[in-house]
Each structure stands twice: as structure tokens, then as C-alpha cells.
Ligand binder design. Structure first.
Ligand code: FES
Length: 167
């Protein structure tokens, strides 16, 4: 077992050696939409490694492809569905954002001010800045996000088919 500290959670959590960082995040009951289902193709499991980067597995080819596209990327960014925990004492922070995806009940947000930025689930671009009032027309303008997600999901399906046929 290895301990991982997720900044929003008081105590570190234990995960199996070689478990992915996402398991520690989920153990802290943080909600991560995982829009691509853990394939390394979106922004919704983006984390910052505050301590212990050397105790994680090396950056994967999938992360090398996806991380440069993230708007809020920093040198310590990783994708929690790709990074594996190899040693004790990893500490991570989560971006303070809300991803716009099917889990957000947009109608309930209309007329309210955003507490944190609402961002695109695939590349983390800010769609509605923090403190802005969410309007019905703005929500309508953001319908392209659904199209982007559908495209990404079809890419995931073809990756799955390819990896299945390679077996
Ligand atoms: S869940 Fe999509 S990149 Fe990790």
C-alpha cells in the first residue's frame, strides 16, 4: 500500500502500489466526471502534483499528447487516470474548476454567479469565468461542448477497438 495526500482531504489515503492516482482522488470522494472514461483524452482528471512527482510512474505517451492541450496546464500537471503510484508521500491538488459536461445541471445554474470557472471538459478552456452570472443564452451558445464530447467518445471507441484487435 502507498499513501497519497489529496489537498482537499485532511488525511492521506492508502491505495495499492501501482494504483492510478485517480483511485486516491475518488477515495477522497472528490467528484471527477472522467469524460473519456480514463483513456487519457480529456481534462477532467487533471491534477497538479505538489510533492512526490518522482514517486509516480513516468508521463505516458497519452499524457504527452493530451497535457499540452490543457489550458491550465502547469509543469507539475498529470492526468490522474494515467499516473501510477509507486511510492509513499505523493501529494496532489485539484484544479478549482467545474467541468461543463452531462453531470452539470445547467438549468439550475441559470441566474446564479459561478463560484469557480466553468471549463471545457476536454481542454480546460474557461467557458464562463468565476463570478459571472450564468445566462440562458450563454448556456445555449455552449452547445458545441456536447459535440466535442461526442467526437471524443467516438475516438475512445476506436481506441478500444484497436487495442482489442491488437490482443
Ligand atoms: S479521465 Fe479523461 S484523461 Fe483521465
Amino acid at each position: 500500500m502507498k499513501s497519497v495526500h489529496v489537498e482537499t482531504h485532511e488525511d492521506p489515503v492508502d491505495v495499492s502500489t501501482n494504483a492510478r492516482v485517480i483511485e486516491a482522488v475518488l477515495a477522497c470522494q472528490e467528484k471527477l466526471p472522467m469524460a473519456c472514461g480514463g483513456k487519457g483524452l480529456c481534462a477532467t482528471c487533471h491534477v497538479y502534483v505538489v510533492e512526490g512527482a518522482e514517486r509516480l510512474s513516468p508521463i505516458t505517451p497519452r499524457e504527452n499528447m493530451s497535457l499540452p492541450m490543457l489550458a491550465d496546464r502547469q509543469p507539475n500537471s498529470r492526468l490522474a487516470c494515467q499516473a501510477k503510484v509507486l511510492g509513499n508521500g505523493v501529494k496532489i491538488a485539484l484544479p478549482r474548476v467545474q467541468y461543463l459536461d452531462g453531470s452539470v445541471e445547467l438549468e439550475k445554474l441559470i441566474g446564479r454567479r459561478t463560484e469557480v470557472p466553468i471549463v471545457h471538459p476536454l481542454h480546460g478552456t474557461v467557458l464562463i469565468a468565476a463570478g459571472k452570472i450564468i445566462t440562458r443564452s450563454r448556456i445555449r451558445e455552449l452547445s458545441f461542448v456536447d459535440i466535442d464530447i461526442a467526437e471524443m467518445q467516438s475516438r475512445c471507441q476506436s481506441i478500444e477497438k484497436n487495442s482489442y484487435s491488437e490482443r
